[in-house]
Design a protein around this ligand. Sequence first.
Ligand code: FES
Ligand SMILES: [Fe+2]
Length: 436
Amino acid sequence: MASVVSNPELVNSKRGLVSRQLFMDPEIYQTELERVYARCWLYLGHESQVKEHGDYLSNYMGEDPIILWRDGHDRVRAYLNSCLHRGMKVCRTDAGSARSFTCSYHGWTYNAEGKLTGVPYFREAYFGELNREEWGLKEVPRVVNYGGFIFGCWDESAISLEEYLGDVRWYLDILIERPLGRLEVLPGMQRYKLPGNWKIQADNFAGDVYHVPFAHGSWGKTGMPIAGGVTIDNYATQKAYSFAFKHGHGALDMRLNDETYEADLVLAQQFGPETVDYIRESRERLLKRLSERQARIYTWGVGNLFPNFAVNNFSAFFPVGLYLWHPKGPDKSEVWQWCAVDSAAPAAVKEMARVGFTKVQSAGGFFGQDDSDNFEQVTEATRGVIGRRCWFNYQMGLGHEEDLQMEGYPGHVTHRMSEANQRNFYAYWSQLMERE
Ligand code: FES
Ligand SMILES: [Fe+2]
């Protein structure tokens, strides 16, 4: 295993080259489940999805299924969704509310504190001798809520979530603080299988401004804008910035000088004074709770939090889109996505956000289909004997990472059209993969 993983030629940051083995090799894949997914902080769900005692949702950490569950003491916990008897999933639904789960194989029962509370034929079959204390659900040792976003980590020795997110928090705080009510994930979700490695999606959301005008060119033909004042035609020349962060996180499409806010105000006029007031109050709230710079950004564009959690929000009229790129094999992944809105937003804003979510980055939407089609065929043309010997090229802007300097904006600002964020993503990936 070490022979493949410690090969420095897999990720050559200096030359901006990444081996195609990263996107199809089974050995690399197994190692990254261990060294990336079992070590990093992973997004598990939003607090609005587990509001009451017993509320739960199913998710994955790498390939391990988990249950995110609010216990009877109001603590949100996460457990491996696997019966300690012989491995059956104890929770077999996506989300709901339950005081306990009974395994469908032989009937062991667990409560929301993870305790094994019921064992059929405990006296007759086990002679009352099974130590139930020892056979509770396996719990994710670290679960932390950052502004409603709940993350978990299997590694007890890992750095804190705050340190792991680092400077990206400054931008994430804009999404957390802007709602006048609270950010609420709408019921339901979208899920689709994608025959391609999870990193293809993650690196795209971490920094791929370059593909938008071309891959999503069909959107331009509809005449619909991407966000206020931004169309496919003027997208590339927008005054917007990308930021690379420690630990592989990356964000793009950040407009810094009230451009998004002003476009939202114009749009709000169509819906009447209530909506105009809402947009104004949202900005004022940011000003009160955060800094003027953050208020002027007003939203955050697109970003990927390493390894596989992406968030986008182009305007108050767009939903906060939450995406997980779940690994399902060296060349397979599953996209899980949710849409969140401010609970206090006027009906017009909520409705536009809901429709926009379906229309844009979703299984049946314009952008989701464009991307999926590319990612699928990238994979097909990469895994062949000759294809896998080639490199992926991330050389855009190489050597120009230090060109821009911006005081007062955390993270490392990079050019709008650049692959600096992707190089940052793979540099951290490779750092993790080299650590035994
Ligand atoms: S596998 Fe769950 S009770 Fe046997
Ligand atoms: Fe895209």
